[in-house]
Design a protein around this ligand. Structure first.
Ligand code: PAF
Length: 284
């Protein structure tokens, strides 16, 4: 497995691989791999001749008071896991390599980046779309793999790819959960045992809503009220948002008539977690 830090070097390897028409799958990550990342790598492995994983904690997608400095990092462990997952190349640039002196070009997706996480993380999605644009230009993948856990990120990137005609197929991969339902996230490592237990209320409330919708409930007001009651009943959890959005466009809905994304963000202690579920109208 290649471990490459420089852009000219990765370009050389990729052009050698693709000169006879081989396909490339890209898995963009910030490292500290868990089963969610491994699921992305596995899917990429199944669908492409070569798998490239980028491992880069992207400074420009973190706000000034966010966790950029303390974001978990463990390159040795990541190297072993990537190797085991059959990855062909890890691209692990420095911030200097990606945003050298004088950097001043950004990519911004306007409407769909607003609200939800965009409301409390100004500039976050601009940082994500800029780094993804750079990675697409550097790696030139045929396919790129993103987790459904980052529901808004996925839609922002899908919109960008359509709007700007990137020749890349975006492949969503379902959220991987712990046995008790907690969505896998690198940030789960910040949780104390008590917080880890309290965090379960998030996935529980989403599963509850899914069951209610399957049983015929279609009122967003009623569902939202019940979910908020469950979540606010947990003293260690403070809800940032709970939103019901049309799945494809992220426009707000008041009734469950089509495919709806129920998305939430909350602080568990000091740790900000996000989760979501997709529901469709059930029996009436
Ligand atoms: O989801 C992430 O880990 C990051 O936002 C991404 C897509 C790798 C961009 O830095």
């Amino acid at each position: 497995m290649y471990w490459i830090k420089r852009i000219p070097e990765i370009r050389e390897v990729i052009s050698e691989w693709t000169k006879d028409g081989a396909t490339i799958g890209l898995v963009p990550t910030m490292g500290y791999f868990h089963e969610g990342h491994l699921a992305l790598m596995e899917k990429a492995r199944q669908e492409n001749d070569y798998v490239v994983v980028s491992l880069f904690v992207n400074p420009i997608q973190f706000g000034p008071n966010e966790d950029f400095q303390r974001y978990p990092r463990d390159e040795e462990r990541d190297r072993e896991l990537a190797e085991k997952a059959g990855v062909d190349l890890v691209f692990n640039p420095t911030a200097e390599e990606m945003y050298g002196q004088g950097f001043q070009s950004y990519v911004e997706v306007t409407e769909i980046s607003q609200g939800l996480c965009g409301a409390s993380r100004p500039g976050h999605f601009r940082g994500v779309t800029t780094v993804i644009t750079k990675l697409f230009n550097i790696v030139q993948p045929d396919r790129a793999y993103f987790g459904e856990k980052d529901a808004q990120q996925l839609r922002v990137i899908q919109r960008m790819v359509r709007d700007l005609n990137f020749p890349v197929e975006i492949k969503p991969v379902p959220t991987v959960r712990e046995a008790d339902g907690l969505a896998k996230s690198s940030r789960n490592t910040y949780l104390s045992p008590e917080e880890r237990k309290a965090a379960l209320v998030l996935s529980k409330s989403l599963f509850y809503a899914k069951e209610q919708v399957a049983a015929g409930e279609d009122s967003v007001q009623r569902l939202s009220a019940s979910m908020k009651r469950m979540i606010t009943g947990e003293p260690l959890v403070s809800l940032e948002y709970l939103e019901f959005r049309e799945s494809a466009t992220l426009r707000p809905v008041s009734t469950i008539t089509g495919e709806v994304l129920i998305a939430l963000a909350a602080r568990v202690g000091k740790t900000r977690l996000i989760d979501n579920i997709t529901v469709r109208p059930g029996r009436r």
